[in-house]
Design a binder for this molecule. Structure first.
Ligand code: BG6
Length: 460
């Protein structure tokens, strides 16, 4: 691997910080939604808000070269009038400074889903006003941290956020409305372009990208019908983020299709111009699994409810009416949380993205969830080690085949709050003992990954 390859781990503010009502933080839409529905929440999460120094110390000791984390908007800007919260601003200075002092490169996500409730109250991402609010946030964080941070991403997984919140409806704001899904998606991509423009105009030294929930598309066979279904699925899962962010163009065949049924008049010519002129320097790919596609065979749309905790082990299917169907190979291996384990999808997916776009790639999330008993001194997470080993091997093979991959981040640094599945869904290299004041206990995988980082991947 290249000399300065960024070996790291990743978190997101709402999922790890806790301190939800401390330091001047105002509620996010997740606080409101989880509290109102009396669901397990991130009030405490991994207590990173109080224990970040210990976490960064563990990263250093664990050989990490970089830490991917996100900034909580509700900590930074308190209201619609744009009032800045100095304590929140200072908190991220502290995290960034602690990283730099310990030789850890901060890799910062501006938005990882914790929209302030005051913005949700005016329509959330379906409102153009939120794009302006995001521009204000971008200006603030670039001017505060821009001299210290080299790697920026505008959004974490717009597709996953928008589909879960506006189409499937199992995440806040809990809506099932295709028109709103289209509007929210568009406004997020517009906000991405606007933030890139702000960043470039400030002449800062770093790079800026976007993080996508990547579903490399595979077909059940080589027929023409399957190839057409695969193109539709690629538009649905990937292209409207990646083509828009990298090439500055929404996929025209997708737009044409949507235009037949939905109202796209909210899109202004200047928006398309902004997208065209402001594209990313790199892409962040979060890889958990591929999408296996076959042609649409009839019936109404059926979506898979992510995080339902079911154990369908590949027997379910997704139908997007008149577009495609997604199926799972029942002979594949699945995690305890019903995600297919398919490292070859990462290898092929990286090469697909490399061939199509040719810009630098960071694998910004990859990991596996399990149920674990953390009352023991050191969790023996052999399954996680095997999973990570095979996925890192896939990246190394992709690099050998010519792809420009510059970093890899395991999800997650420590156990944290997993959206809707709470804290029992453990992804961390470091266990959090919620029964013992969020005590940190590195797992076997933590020590294994230390060797990977220190050998720059040679030990795989
Ligand atoms: C990604 C998100 O989609 O997957 C993370 O960026 C998330 O925030 C991770 O936690 C794993 O998903 P989940 O739902 O199992 O926590």
């Amino acid at each position: 691997m290249r000399e300065n390859f960024l070996w790291g781990t990743a978190t997101a503010s709402y999922q790890c910080e806790g301190g939800w009502d401390e330091g001047g933080r105002v509620p996010s839409l997740w606080d409101t939604y989880l509290h109102n529905n009396q669901l397990e929440n991130g009030n405490v999460a991994s207590d990173h808000y109080h224990q970040y120094k210990e976490d960064i110390r563990l990263m250093k000791e664990g050989g990490h070269k970089s830490y991917r984390f996100s900034l909580a908007w509700p900590r930074l800007i308190k209201n619609l009038e744009g009032e800045i919260n100095p304590e929140g601003v200072q908190f991220y200075h502290n995290i960034i400074d602690e990283c730099l002092t310990n030789g850890i490169e901060p890799f910062v996500t501006i938005f990882h889903w914790d929209l302030p409730q005051y913005l949700e109250d005016i329509g959330g991402w379906t409102s153009r006003r939120v794009v302006t609010a995001y521009e204000e946030l971008a200006k603030l964080v670039f001017s505060e941290y821009g001299e210290k941070v080299t790697y920026w991403t505008t959004f974490n997984e717009p597709r996953y956020y928008v589909f879960s919140g506006y189409k499937i409806g199992n995440y806040p704001p809990g809506v099932n409305d295709t028109q709103k899904t289209i509007e929210a998606s568009f406004y997020m991509m517009l906000a991405n372009a606007k933030a890139i423009k702000i960043y470039k105009d400030m002449n800062l030294k770093g790079e800026i990208g976007i993080v996508h929930s990547y579903a490399p598309i595979f077909g059940v066979d080589d027929s023409l019908e399957t190839k057409i279904a695969m193109r539709n699925a690629d538009n649905y899962f990937n292209n409207w983020i990646l083509d828009t962010a990298i090439k500055g163009e929404l996929p025209i065949d997708m737009l044409t299709r949507l235009n037949d049924k939905y109202d796209l008049s909210f899109i202004q010519t200047q928006d398309l111009q902004d997208m065209k002129e402001n594209t990313v320097d790199f892409i962040g790919l979060n890889y958990y699994a591929r999408a296996l596609i076959r042609p649409y065979s009839g019936g109404e749309t059926v979506l898979r409810i992510n995080n339902s905790g079911s154990s369908a082990k590949g027997t379910s299917k997704v139908v997007v009416k008149n577009w495609f169907e997604q199926v799972w190979d029942p002979n594949s291996e699945f995690t305890e949380w019903d995600t297919e384990i398919f490292p070859q999808g990462l290898y092929e997916g990286i090469l697909m993205a490399h061939k199509k776009y040719g810009i630098p790639i960071y694998v910004t999330e990859n990991g596996v969830a399990d149920y674990e008993d953390v009352s023991v001194e050191q969790v023996n997470d052999e399954k996680r080690i095997a999973f990570l080993n095979d996925h890192i091997d896939a990246i190394i093979r992709a690099v050998e085949a010519g792809a420009d991959v510059r970093g890899y981040y395991i999800w997650s640094t420590m156990d944290l709050y997993s959206w809707k599945n709470g804290c029992e869904k453990r992804y961390g290299l470091v266990a959090i003992d919620w029964e013992d004041n969020c005590k940190r206990k590195p797992k076997n995988s933590y020590y294994w990954y230390k060797k990977v980082c220190e050998s720059n991947g040679e030990m795989i």
